[in-house]
Design a protein around this ligand. Structure first.
Ligand SMILES: Cc1cc2nc3c(=O)[nH]c(=O)nc-3n(C[C@H](O)[C@H](O)[C@H](O)COP(=O)(O)OP(=O)(O)OC[C@H]3O[C@@H](n4cnc5c(N)ncnc54)[C@H](O)[C@@H]3O)c2cc1C
Length: 401
């Protein structure tokens, strides 16, 4: 039996903690926040994320939680639909929006059924502890020290553990700044339940009905843009100019109910190494993902599955460190590929979004060019939905927990 300290109870931390606790290891899961509900949480589970849940014996979990199957994907240019692709796009499962806090709460409940699992909410890790050149645990903000045979850093994109261990983040591309708005449900039933990418007037955004039936709107901030302050009354009108007509009509009618936006900063990258003796990084801590085509939760769950399986078999400091290296080796190719596809998608959005001539031509010739662009777009979606073949270990049982 090993002692693991897992830092951060997002999808990466909970999936690895659950498996290790089920395998009989002593697991302390430390989470800075006291509750799972946040102003913003990504919700899209791709078939590859659902596959990861199946590895945890939870193949049907997403259907038991507040969820909504995505109807499809649409791209709108200057208010005209360029193309639409219906889900499930050849996959066995459609992309499904799941209330993330409900998913995390469920994983936690399962972990809490394990006798050697310890849950420490509302406690931030302050620093890593070292002994004989190896990380040997963490110190919490309250002063308590937790000793570990391996610390697993799942503390998200701004990872303190990554920085303290001196594992540098190699940033890729330029960072993004988003404003995230919500309009509470219920919404008219006839509104399209697809994920809509919106390109109009030099602005890029998105609109989607979330797992709990609320309208989620994203607005990409641009350095050269005159952006109203977050509390401005101008937002409903500015957003309506970007939205397909049925969504714009709803926003006009219910402008007063639009939330003040949350600002989300996104820097994509990969840690130079995901491990150092006594420490392994997983999820966004190892490789902060872009929100483009919703990969982060899925990749975090897949990291957790692989790590759980490889670490569980180790029985000494040496074999734990070797297993940590193996986790990185096994997971890096899929992450690299997904980040490359995400940045390709972002570059194309940027090109169309900021080129007025191209945009207006695409809008004017949508009936002609729509099917061509749809074909090109669709080709890229396979791995973004299914992950890389063989990236997860073979499933050895079909136990439903
Ligand atoms: C705008 C936007 C939209 C997105 N939409 C989607 C989507 O639809 N689908 C999708 O798959 N992905 C999406 N993502 C990405 C996804 O949210 C992340 O990639 C995913 O949550 C990463 O999981 P994680 O477990 O690695 O980290 P996180 O979910 O970030 O969890 C990290 C946890 O660590 C805790 N923590 C941090 N520091 C400490 C500390 N010192 N001590 C203790 N605890 C600590 C935090 O409180 C947090 O709970 C989106 C991202 C953005 C920015």
């Amino acid at each position: 039996m090993n002692r693991f300290v897992v830092v951060g109870a997002g999808p990466a931390g909970l999936s690895v903690a659950l498996q290790l606790a089920r395998d009989g290891h002593a697991v302390a899961l430390v989470e800075a926040s006291r509750q799972f509900s946040r102003q913003f949480r990504g919700e899209a589970l791709m078939p590859c994320g659902i596959e990861a849940l199946a590895h945890l014996g939870l193949a049907n979990l997403h259907r038991q939680l507040p969820h909504r199957s995505l109807a499809g994907w649409s791209v709108w240019v200057e208010g005209r639909q360029l193309f639409h692709v219906a889900e499930p796009m050849g996959s066995l499962q459609p992309c499904t929006l799941v209330a993330q806090e409900a998913l995390l709460e469920h994983l936690l409940e399962l972990a809490q059924q394990q006798p050697r699992f310890r849950w420490l909410p509302g406690q931030a890790v302050k620093r890593l502890l070292q002994r004989d050149g190896r990380i040997s645990g963490v110190e919490l903000a309250g002063g308590e020290a937790l000793e570990a045979d391996l610390v697993i850093g799942c503390d998200g994109r701004g990872s303190l553990l990554r920085r303290q261990a001196g594992l540098t983040l190699q940033a890729s591309g330029v960072g993004l700044e988003l404003l995230w708005f919500k309009l509470p449900g219920p919404l008219p039933a006839e509104l399209d339940g697809s994920f809509n990418t919106l390109l109009a007037g030099g602005q890029i955004g998105s609109a989607c009905i979330g797992a709990r039936g609320e309208l989620q709107l994203a607005w990409l901030l641009q350095a050269d843009q005159d952006t109203p302050p977050a509390e401005s009354q101008l937002w409903p009108e500015r957003l309506a100019q970007l939205l397909p007509p049925p969504f714009a009509a709803v926003l006009h009618k219910r402008a007063g109910e639009l939330s003040t936006p949350q600002r989300v900063s996104v820097q994509v990258g990969m840690a130079s190494s995901w491990h150092t003796p006594g420490l392994l990084l997983l999820g966004d801590a190892a490789h902060p993902m872009s929100p483009v085509r919703a990969q982060g939760i899925n990749m975090a769950l897949r990291d957790g599955v692989v790590a759980g399986q490889l670490l569980s078999r180790a029985d000494s400091a040496e074999t734990l460190d070797a297993a940590a290296a193996q986790v990185e080796q096994q997971r890096r190719p899929e992450i690299r590929r997904m980040q490359a596809l995400q940045s390709q998608e972002a570059r194309q959005g940027h090109l169309v979004g900021h080129n007025a001539v191209l945009r207006h031509s695409l809008a004017r010739l949508a009936p002609l060019l729509g099917p061509v662009t749809r074909g090109i777009w669709r080709q890229r979606q396979g791995p973004l939905r299914e992950g890389l073949a063989g990236a997860l270990p073979q499933r050895t049982n079909s136990i439903s927990w």
